[in-house]
Design a protein around this ligand. Structure first.
Ligand SMILES: C[S@@+](CC[C@H](N)C(=O)[O-])C[C@H]1O[C@@H](n2cnc3c(N)ncnc32)[C@H](O)[C@@H]1O
Length: 304
């Protein structure tokens, strides 16, 4: 006769039965411990393989970026049939379509762990840490509680490090799926994710608007529409842009809205220069970091 237990069928009678039960239990214990050990080894092995793949891939990408100029890299992507990072491929699309496809096709790269990845400038440790420190210093210097609106918040690797500095943090982006992923990953009482098109939608009132590496992807027409709306919506506008290394570049050369940016043709967005001529009470550079293709510079503008 057998009785059932959580570990299987076990003989139920007498001393012999008890000894058999003990042996059986010991055997089952050993088997389950060994299964646990094997599973644990498998897990550690898979995690190590993933980490190794990530390291090798990142190193290969970084090396290719260091030795192959941007234009040539894009050309190579195109002839290899990889989705091209050319803005021309998106002509006629809405900004929502453009940036959803940019993420879907991983045109800004990928991390291995997340579906949405906002690119190197959002993850390079030195750039992100330096930016967060500079913003912390700036925001702590402003009196009172601060409502911060982050326009084009992306995968929120950067924004998530600023939430504690705000009384309320409204993180906005145009890509719905990205926001859904962000909502699952980042939960704070003072944080709200909002689907918003900074070109066409109304921008919430705040003390500080942050626009980090977003305008560089937009056409001059879209940037104009944004600028026309922000007056009296905030006191400070903090803008981060990818700019050419040489300081005598011609700013604000137009381009279609898309995943590319102006550095590839030696230009970059400076809002206080023509044709935008943003009127400010004062401006300061909060931080800047050299990137292989250029400089990532952050301006703080006190708006009129
Ligand atoms: C390169 S990512 C930068 C993300 C983030 N600000 C950072 O620095 O890590 C640019 C982001 O801007 C968003 N974006 C582009 N056009 C937008 C628009 N019109 N309104 C709101 N977000 C926009 C994109 O979806 C993308 O997430």
């Amino acid at each position: 006769m057998y009785e059932t237990s959580g570990r299987g069928l076990i003989p139920a009678f007498g001393a012999e039965g008890a000894s058999l039960r003990l042996q059986s239990a010991q055997h089952l214990y050993c088997v389950s411990a060994s299964v646990r050990r094997t599973n644990c080894c498998r897990l550690i092995y898979s995690a190590s393989v993933l980490v190794m793949k990530e390291i090798v891939f990142t190193k290969a990408v970084n090396l290719s970026k260091a030795i192959i100029p941007y234009r040539h890299r894009m050309f190579i992507r195109k002839i290899l049939g990889m989705a091209a990072l050319s803005d021309d491929d998106f002509v006629g699309c809405t900004n929502r379509e453009i940036f959803s496809r940019t993420y879907e096709k991983k045109l800004w790269g990928w991390s291995g762990t997340r579906k949405y990845y906002s690119g190197h400038g959002s993850h390079e440790r030195e750039v992100v840490t330096g930016y967060v420190n500079a913003l912390e210093h700036f925001l702590v210097g402003l009196a009172g509680p601060k409502i911060i609106v982050d326009l084009g918040c992306g995968d929120f690797n950067v924004g998530s490090r600023l939430v504690h500095l705000a009384s309320k943090y409204i993180a906005c982006d145009i890509v719905d799926g990205l926001l859904k992923e962000n909502r699952k990953l980042f939960k704070y009482d003072n944080l709200e994710f909002k689907e918003l098109d900074l070109v066409n939608d109304e921008i919430p009132m705040s003390d500080v608007i942050i626009v980090r590496q977003v305008l560089q992807h937009l056409s001059n027409n879209d940037i104009h529409k944004f600028i026309d709306k922000i007056h009296h919506r905030c006191k400070y506008l903090i803008v981060t842009e990818h700019l050419p290394i040489r300081s005598d570049f011609l700013p604000n050369i137009d381009k279609p809205s898309g995943p590319g940016f102006r550095v590839s043709f030696e230009s970059g967005v400076i809002l206080t220069e023509p044709p935008f001529n943003l009127l400010v009470l004062n401006s300061q550079v909060l931080c800047e970091f050299k990137e292989r293709d250029g400089i990532i510079r952050t301006f703080a503008y006190r708006l009129q």
